[in-house]
Design a binder for this molecule. Structure first.
Ligand code: CU
Length: 159
């Protein structure tokens, strides 16, 4: 009986570790560096879904709390608040960027140093309620990464 219970526990643990991979691709991810003792930071990236899903959560081992936030203007003041679920339309990129949606990292356990990267897990939910995950390694950088070749903005040439 004891042996059976242990087997069941291990099976459950294995199932828990094997979450479905989300039908979402992430590009241009970056997280803001911090100074020693700074408790918060934020991560940004662009998400493109293949199927309709909603971004419902985030987690990382480097922060006690990771939340999806949105910035909103109220009058002339910018506020930020946790976003419950951000819907992704298939093929339509959603950009998380400074001044808009972002992944808020709170209760940081470690300093985020440039030239390192932090693991980030994003959780999505589809219309049927099934959850899936996207595991990422997010570079720590003071600025957003340069756009990929072929996606660059038209540049003005000086004469
Ligand atoms: Cu925030």
């Amino acid at each position: 009986m004891k042996r059976f219970a242990m087997t069941a526990f291990l099976a459950a643990a294995a199932l828990g570790a094997q979450a479905q991979t989300a039908p979402v691709t992430a590009t241009g991810a970056w997280a803001r560096p911090t100074v020693q003792g700074q408790p918060t930071s934020a991560a940004y990236l662009t998400l493109t879904a293949k199927e309709p899903v909603a971004l419902v959560g985030a987690s990382t081992p480097v922060a006690g709390v990771a939340e999806v936030h949105e910035m909103k203007m109220e009058g002339s003041v910018m506020h930020m608040q946790a976003a419950d679920a951000i819907r992704l339309e298939p093929g339509k990129p959603l950009e998380l960027k400074p001044g808009g949606y972002h992944i808020m990292l709170m209760q940081l356990k470690t300093q985020l140093k440039p030239q390192t990267s932090v693991p980030l897990t994003l959780t999505f939910r589809n219309a049927a309620g099934a959850k899936s995950e996207l595991q990422l390694s997010v570079p720590v950088s003071a600025t957003a990464p340069a756009p990929a070749a072929g996606m660059q903005m038209p540049m003005q040439h000086s004469k």
